[in-house]
Design a protein around this ligand. Structure first.
Ligand SMILES: [Fe+2]
Ligand SMILES: [Fe+2]
Length: 199
């Protein structure tokens, strides 16, 4: 059961503010794994998923930046759908992964190790924050896709400005997600990998 004193909104816990797992929560975790640990099975698969998510979340803001720096207007036509596809893929992949963790992994971990209630609560609350940022990405992507599909073949100055505004919105949300993912996924691995390797 979660400690009633556990306060996710405190700066040492909130994903937007914390610099790592607090000492209080660390004391509730399993012993960290040796740096040379060889991961296998479910743990190796899980790490692969995280690497894929981190790779895509780092790529998306870069692609938006390239779009915003593009001087050849014709190329914007080619770039916008690629950006939208990548963003859609990232949102779906992240939501799917978070559902599997919330509905499958975390309940299993908690049944086996009830002392992990607070660290798992932290990760679940991270997912709620991430979900809002994923919604921002989804909305910005829809708007960018709409503008790019409706642009005339000779992109006008007004259309170009609209495309750039939507891409700036997407880049902002994508950069936030990347920053939060680095924090969340790093801490999640510290909390869950030693647990997963014991299951
Ligand atoms: Fe997660
Ligand atoms: Fe994860």
């Amino acid at each position: 059961m979660t400690d009633p004193l556990f306060d996710y909104l405190a700066p040492e816990n909130h994903v937007e503010k914390r610099a790592g797992i607090s000492a209080t929560l660390k004391a509730q975790l399993h012993e960290p794994l040796d740096a040379n640990t060889q991961y296998h099975g479910e743990a190796a698969f899980w790490l692969q998923i995280h690497q894929g998510l981190l790779r895509t979340s780092a790529t998306l803001p870069n692609w938006c930046e390239q779009f915003l720096a593009e001087k050849t207007t014709d190329r914007l036509y080619l770039m916008a759908p690629r950006i939208c596809n990548l963003a859609t893929q990232l949102v779906q992949h992240a939501h799917g992964h978070h559902h599997i963790e919330d509905d499958h992994f975390f309940p299993v971990f908690l049944r086996a190790f009830p002392q992990l209630a607070n660290p798992i609560d932290l990760l679940e609350k991270d997912h709620e924050i991430l979900s809002v940022v994923l919604d921002d990405i989804e909305n910005a992507t829809k708007e960018l896709s709409h503008v790019s599909q409706n642009a005339t073949s000779q992109i006008t100055t007004a259309e170009k400005s609209d495309l750039f505004t939507k891409t700036e919105q997407l880049q902002k949300a994508a950069s936030s997600l990347d920053r939060l993912f680095i924090r969340h996924i790093g801490d999640e691995e510290e909390i869950c990998l030693p647990t997963l390797m014991r299951m």
